[in-house]
Write a protein that binds this ligand. Structure first.
Ligand SMILES: Cc1cc2nc3c(=O)[nH]c(=O)nc-3n(C[C@H](O)[C@H](O)[C@H](O)COP(=O)(O)O)c2cc1C
Length: 158
């Protein structure tokens, strides 16, 4: 099974999960990067990120090259921002036109994931969903427990 992990991470949590998935599934990995690389901190970070969500922004991404159709399983992951998927992943979904794929989803959040899986599924019509998993900011908690959860989840996808 050829697996691709596509993710966005602003503060490293989703990057950590993507790394565990790569190891568990021998997956190819694409990290999405926004063209705007400025790092906001504190309140400014939440205002900036929240305003992107509320204005339905799809920020420009740095160029990437990937053939989605070459993969049996596409795993998409992002942080939850203001009860929604981080806009950079929405930019990718709009650009990549993912169809007729097996798709799995992962999220990192601070404790309020809302209906972000549902929102992502709506953006991905015409695909089959193989699984979903979420993590509460794994870099702040028990990383080995999160890694073990990823390995268990990966077994259900393989
Ligand atoms: C702009 C912004 C908005 C956020 N909104 C939420 C939210 O609505 N619910 C939640 O549980 N966490 C929220 N968070 C916390 C992140 O989802 C959480 O820290 C996540 O683990 C970050 O993943 P990352 O390190 O891969 O960027 C928000 C973080 C940012 C920066």
């Amino acid at each position: 099974m050829k697996t691709l992990v596509v993710y966005y991470s602003y503060e490293g949590n989703c990057r950590f999960i993507a790394g565990q998935l790569k190891a568990a599934l021998d997956a190819d990995v694409l990290e999405l990067e926004t063209a705007d690389t400025r790092k906001r901190q504190g309140l400014a970070k939440y205002l900036w990120g929240g305003s992107q969500v509320f204005s339905h922004a799809e920020p420009e991404l740095k160029p990437f090259s990937v053939d989605i159709n070459a993969y049996d399983l596409v795993i998409l992951g992002c942080p939850v921002w203001a009860g929604s998927p981080a806009p950079a992943l929405c930019s990718f979904i709009s650009k990549a036109a993912i169809r007729d794929r097996r798709v799995a989803l992962f999220l990192c959040h601070g404790g309020g994931k809302g209906d972000v899986f549902g929102k992502l599924r709506k953006r991905l019509p015409g695909n089959t969903f193989a699984g979903e998993i979420d993590f509460r900011s794994p870099l702040r908690g028990d990383r080995e427990a999160a890694a073990a959860a990823v390995r268990d989840w990966a077994k259900t996808l393989a």
